[in-house]
Design a binder for this molecule. Structure first.
Ligand SMILES: C[S@@+](CC[C@H](N)C(=O)[O-])C[C@H]1O[C@@H](n2cnc3c(N)ncnc32)[C@H](O)[C@@H]1O
Length: 310
């Protein structure tokens, strides 16, 4: 005869799951940075609660079905090494929920903080009319920007049709279809010929050495969203070569390059990249204005990787 399990509360199951995640050595880096938060996220999902459930819920007794599905979810997390966001189908970015699955990177860019600040002090929000989000993935940056700047129109592009399918779903979910236009494009190739007040991007920027050492969880994400050649600059250099042409005279380019910042600065020591600071963590985000980009066009072109503009 099976022993009857005593009542299990949400708290009990979260603590049990925390211990399982910790002893399995899973990696945290896709929305949480510790086993307790990850356990709370997955168990609350299995129990049908929102990730920001009320603390009073911790004493709630779970049904046997909820206990079983939470334990199974934790087992899947451990055995498949899928980031929790793929298992729940949802990630939060800039305080907003986005549908995610294995076709897109799990949103986690520090650019969320800049979006919440409406790009101040770098730009006056009321002067941002047109925005371009290059390498949009799930569409999180484009959509959050459109919601924080209700007067702005946002173009967003990705080379991956799979990613754009997810982005389309998120655009519809947030009701911004009239102001966010998605394009399938290799960087600027298929974009309309227009000027933007802001070009923003979180492109692939992981160098070959880091790619080879990535924890298993990152290998569940599309490599197209991460890998950027030997130095991590395969996307950023063409972006620098071409962005000036698409920026308004007082526009700015803001790009996340993570720990490829060092390689970028070493490649262009003469370029005055402004490296942005973030109160909630994150680094490797640079800003250049249109005048700086144009002043250094010859330096960027000297690397010779860009397609000539028609
Ligand atoms: C690091 S992910 C970022 C996704 C999203 N912006 C975010 O912050 O979560 C980079 C994205 O760039 C896309 N990508 C890769 N190469 C590209 C290219 N040549 N042109 C446009 N997009 C590209 C990938 O498909 C992926 O969706």
């Amino acid at each position: 005869m099976n022993a009857v399990e005593p009542d299990i509360t949400l708290r009990d199951l979260i603590l049990e799951s925390r211990d399982r995640l910790e002893s399995a050595g899973v990696w945290f880096g896709h929305g949480t940075d510790n086993a307790l938060d990850e356990a709370a996220w997955l168990v609350s999902h299995a129990a049908g609660l929102p990730p920001d459930f009320d603390e009073a819920e911790l004493d709630r007794t779970l049904t046997p079905g909820q206990v079983q599905s939470a334990r199974e979810l934790i087992t899947r997390r451990i055995e498949t090494r899928q980031p929790a966001a793929y298992l729940t189908g949802e990630a939060w970015f800039a305080g907003l929920p986005f549908h995610v699955d294995e076709r897109v990177l799990v949103p986690r860019s520090p650019l969320a903080e800049l979006i919440a600040e409406r790009f101040q002090p770098w730009l006056a929000p009321e002067r941002i009319h047109r925005v371009l989000d290059l390498c949009t993935g799930s569409g999180c940056i484009a959509i959050a920007t459109a919601l924080t700047l209700p007067e702005a129109r946002v173009d967003a592009s990705d080379i991956s049709e799979d990613a754009l399918t997810v982005a389309r779903r998120n655009v519809a979910r947030h009701g911004v279809g009239e102001r966010v236009q998605l394009y399938r494009s290799d960087l600027f190739d298929a974009l309309p010929d227009r000027e933007y007040d802001l070009i923003i991007s979180n492109p692939p920027y992981v160098d070959a050495q880091d790619m080879a050492a990535l924890p298993a969880e990152y290998r569940r994400e599309p490599a197209l969203g991460l890998a950027a050649g030997e130095t991590g600059l395969d996307l950023v250099i063409p972006m620098l070569q071409r962005a000036g042409r698409y920026l308004a005279a007082d526009g700015v380019l803001i790009v996340e390059v993570g720990n490829s910042a060092e390689a970028l600065q070493a490649t262009f020591p003469q370029v005055p990249f402004v490296w942005l600071a973030f109160a909630h963590g994150g680094e490797g985000v640079f800003l250049l204005d249109a005048a700086q980009l144009r002043a250094h066009q010859a330096d960027f072109d000297a690397l010779g990787q860009s397609e000539p503009e028609a």
